[in-house]
Design a protein around this ligand. Structure first.
Ligand code: ZN
Length: 140
């Protein structure tokens, strides 16, 4: 569990290659970062699906949109009947109602999935960030 006394949490998930030996609620090759980091505004899973494998269902969400960031490998993504190839560098946003599934191609497909409530983001980077006076050890 994350240390909530500090303004940060650090978790070592291991290498992406080590995902193959991990499992969450029967889902092999997955870790969830929400509890590990004490996330309060989103959930993040890190996943590795072996070559040619896939979860045997299509799913959608009640409230959350998802962003899938393909870290390595290749595969096919399905959303509402559209199917398209994905590979390292592909980033896919799926609305809550989107009926989605993913299948690894001839390489293992490693991806990060971030989910957050659709419409919940009211400000980001430039509107939300504040430059502070504090300095680090690498600043003069
Ligand atoms: Zn989902």
């Amino acid at each position: 569990m994350a240390d909530t006394k500090k303004h940060y949490s650090l978790f070592d998930m291991g290498t992406f290659a080590s995902l193959a030996g991990k499992e969450v609620d029967g889902a092999k090759g997955r870790i969830m970062l929400g509890a590990a980091l004490g996330l309060t505004g989103c959930e993040i899973s890190v996943n590795s699906t072996p070559a040619g494998k896939f979860a045997p269902f299509v799913h959608s969400h009640k409230l959350n949109e998802e962003v899938y960031i393909i870290v390595s490998g290749n595969g096919v993504f399905h959303v509402d009947g559209d199917e398209f190839p994905v590979k390292e560098g592909s980033v896919i946003r799926v609305a809550p109602d989107g009926k989605r599934a993913v299948k690894a191609g001839d390489q293992a497909l490693t991806y990060i999935c971030i989910q957050a409530q659709a419409g919940s983001l009211t400000q980001a980077t430039m509107e939300d960030g504040i430059i502070n006076e504090e300095k680090t050890s690498w600043m003069e």
